[in-house]
Ligand binder design. Structure first.
Ligand SMILES: [Zn+2]
Ligand SMILES: [Zn+2]
Length: 347
């Protein structure tokens, strides 16, 4: 049997290169992709740490694009050779959430996400249902094509926020998600500031021409108050998963807080009366939702400065070093300073 290279997540703290059988079309709506590029996501790091739901012995990688090399008998919309971006979250289409348009809450979504619960893109080939594939125009190269799903989550956030041209925006955490929100805010809002503790990422924020504060060094509540002439932020995007309390202190009365970062190990205290008194809108949301096509459009028209976003491209074999660059010590599973924003692999 033909084998392929794959980075297999064995169990918490244990991920490594293996040679596994190349999958082939089984279901009539299957498409086999030759993976062109796959991004490493913060949630992949969380899976390795055991801080995100996971399934042992799975090929990770949910941010990817590829070329169609095999199609099932009922595939009608794709042909061999098509280049497609992937929505890794397979929605059933039958539950009441799906049928009422809230597909991010599909009751089956957590059981079959590609690259989390079933084999994903950290491999030379990946089996994908046809309906998860989105054809890519020529203007979007493979590197950018790998990030359509990432952008789709942020576009869902933008739809929820309804950002206005006179908004003051604050983004807590300047990882890839904070980066994308800040780029939108730079295009749309009156003013934007970001926070970040990691020196490498602070540098990237500066390179993007953004105002950036390190919450370990300055009082960010004071900073946002001065920055907005005493008003505070109309919109606070919390893109770290651990700073909701700070977000609530930085938002203006009537303003919106978007808790976007995910860390299931964090608990926090809120004062319900303050949310009522200050009319704060806390807007939860999850994944992308009908936002793959909008994201392709945004990338096709080059609407965001994506240059400093991509730190480097590496091979699958070098994958373990990438987790180190993204701040995870693979020996101890302790955090260390990061030296990357987005790393993309070529299988
Ligand atoms: Zn991701
Ligand atoms: Zn569903």
């Amino acid at each position: 049997m033909d084998k392929m290279k794959a980075l297999v997540f064995k169990d918490v703290g244990n991920i490594g290169m293996e040679y596994i059988p190349i999958p082939h079309v089984k279901e009539c709506d299957d498409v086999l992709l030759k993976v062109k590029k796959v991004g490493i996501c913060g949630s992949d790091i969380k899976i390795i740490e055991g801080k995100h739901h996971f399934k042992p012995n799975t090929v990770l990688g949910h941010e990817f694009c590829g070329e169609v090399v095999e199609i099932g008998s009922s595939v009608r919309h794709l042909k061999i050779g098509d280049r497609v971006a992937i929505d890794n979250n397979i929605r059933c289409g039958f539950c009441s959430f799906c049928r009422m348009g809230l597909t991010s809450q599909c009751v089956e979504i957590k059981f079959n996400a590609l690259g989390v619960m079933r084999d994903g893109g950290y491999a030379e080939y990946c089996l994908v249902p046809e309906k998860q594939c989105y054809p890519l125009p020529d203007e979007i190269d493979d590197t950018l094509g790998s990030q359509v799903e990432t952008l789709a989550t942020v576009v869902n956030g933008m739809n929820t926020l309804q950002m206005l041209p006179y908004d003051y925006v604050m983004v807590l955490g300047f990882g890839p998600i904070g980066y994308l929100f800040a780029q939108f805010a730079k295009n749309i809002a009156a003013k934007v500031a970001v926070t970040e503790i990691d020196p490498f990422r602070i540098q990237v924020a500066k390179e993007c021409g953004l105002t950036v504060w390190n919450p370990n060094e300055v009082d960010v509540v004071e900073k946002i108050t001065d920055f907005t002439y005493g008003r505070k932020a109309d919109i606070v995007v919390e893109a770290t998963g651990n700073a909701l309390e700070t977000a609530l202190k930085c938002v203006t009365p009537g303003g919106k807080v978007l808790p976007f970062g995910m860390d299931s190990s964090i608990q926090t205290t809120v004062v319900p009366n303050e949310i009522t008194r200050w009319a704060t809108k806390i807007l939860g949301l999850y994944l992308g939702q009908n936002t793959m096509v909008p994201s392709i459009r945004i990338f096709q028209e080059n609407r965001l400065n994506m240059k400093p976003f991509f730190t480097k491209t590496i091979s699958l074999e070098e994958g373990l070093s990438a987790f180190e660059c993204l701040g995870l010590d693979m020996q101890t599973l302790q955090h260390k300073p990061k030296s990357a924003m987005k790393i993309v692999m070529t299988p």
